[in-house]
Design a protein around this ligand. Structure first.
Ligand SMILES: Nc1ncnc2c1ncn2[C@@H]1O[C@H](COP(=O)(O)OP(=O)(O)O)[C@@H](O)[C@H]1O
Ligand code: SF4
Ligand SMILES: [Mg+2]
Length: 355
């Protein structure tokens, strides 16, 4: 069968009007096995002071999207197309020097693995103080005071003495807090948090989420929060973008997606959230099958090999035709089911399973 060249998704966000505006972003890697299209036409906007959750299974292109925004991809092996405007400044074409400068000030990041992000050879305090001195020209003493202030802010006990500890002297949760302190030391306007709580136990995870929420209220920072678990961002994200195989398949406010997801993959994510509801007897339903390879993704709707609803769409459309992002029942989703079908299936089949 010949599959016609597929257009990229429609419904781009309003051009350049918001604090962060990503338009038709495409990121691919040349590998020995061929071209990996990790991000394939992604558009979204983020306003000041808001939190966008990017959610999807492992390998859907979440980290690549955000490393590209931060300019941390390898330019020799990576092709980037599209537009990324941060406060009006174009990042796709920005120089390494400009990007490095922005990373120390206007934008900043927190990762899953604090041990990899923090150097074992320097004290925690020094690692918080250094980017501050570099950015503000502060003295050593001022920067140390600032590091203590930041450790206090992120809830490290006895910050005056812990400032001289090395990362290995901190617990996992405290290291994560220290990394947040380091990321926020220069009051960035954009914070990208990539699975920052994935390695932590549930209680510590909740504490870190509360901390990020509190700090955001204080500073007005915009946050992109990346996770594979929709449940983690349910309470902290204003908006959510669901990614599958390098594309956005659903986008709306958190409430819209939680209360009335309009995409079979979104339904799968909702059904697999642990303890979303008080009813612990409802069985968890992991999404059957595995995420596709981005080296050779499925034709048409990339979710079709795993989708239990494709027989409700006429003919072989799910296999041959890429669904565009379109408004259905109040927010954007990319699926060939009609808005009426989406509404009915969610109300009659999915919602009862969520308890
Ligand atoms: N430097 C690279 N070279 C080749 N493929 C890559 C590279 N980085 C990421 N990929 C591939 O891109 C896809 C998306 O990866 P990633 O964004 O890390 O996914 P996730 O959603 O889990 O964060 C994966 O298939 C991954 O293997
Ligand atoms: S387009 Fe078809 S295969 Fe894709 S999610 Fe919708 S029904 Fe399922
Ligand atoms: Mg990732």
């Amino acid at each position: 069968m010949i599959i016609p060249e597929q257009p990229t998704e429609t419904a781009p966000a309003a051009k350049g009007s918001s604090f962060l505006s990503v338009q038709d972003l495409k990121v691919s890697f040349a590998t020995e096995d061929g071209i990996v299209r990790a991000v394939n036409g992604l558009s979204f906007d983020l306003e000041k002071g808001r939190t966008l959750g990017i959610v999807g299974e492992s390998g859907s292109g979440k980290s690549v999207t955000n490393l590209t925004i931060l300019g941390l991809h390898n330019p020799r092996t990576t092709t980037v197309e599209g537009q990324i405007l941060l406060d009006g400044q174009e990042l796709v074409t920005a120089s390494d020097k400009e990007l490095a400068k922005l990373r120390g000030s206007k934008m900043s990041m927190v990762f899953q693995d604090a041990l990899a992000a923090l150097s074992p050879y320097y004290t925690v305090g020094r690692q918080i103080a250094e980017p501050y001195m570099k950015h503000t020209g502060a003295s050593k003493k001022e920067a140390r005071d600032r590091a203590i202030e930041m450790l206090t802010k992120v809830g490290i006990p006895q910050p005056q003495t812990r400032v001289d500890d090395y990362p290995h002297q901190f617990s996992g949760g405290m290291r994560q807090r220290a990394m947040i302190a380091m990321a926020l030391v220069n009051d960035p306007e954009l914070l990208i948090a990539d699975e920052p709580t994935t390695a932590l136990d549930v209680t510590v995870q909740a504490q870190i989420l509360d901390l990020l929420k509190d700090l955001q209220q204080e500073t007005g920072t915009s946050i992109i929060f990346i996770t594979h678990d929709l449940g983690v961002i349910a309470n902290i994200a204003d908006d959510v973008l669901v990614m599958y195989a390098g594309r956005c398949v659903e986008r709306g406010t958190m409430a819209e997606v939680l209360d009335s997801s309009q995409h079979p993959y979104g339904w799968g994510l909702l059904r697999s959230i642990p303890h979303m509801n008080a009813d612990v007897d409802k069985p968890l339903m992991p999404i059957p099958g595995t995420p596709p390879s981005l080296l050779n993704p499925p034709s048409g709707c990339a979710f079709h090999p795993r989708c239990e609803f494709r027989d409700k769409v006429g003919g072989d459309r799910c296999v041959t035709e890429l669904p565009r992002l379109e408004l259905a029942n109040g927010h954007l989703s990319a699926c060939h089911l009609t808005p009426q079908q989406k509404q009915d299936i969610f109300a009659q089949q999915i919602q009862p399973q969520l308890g």
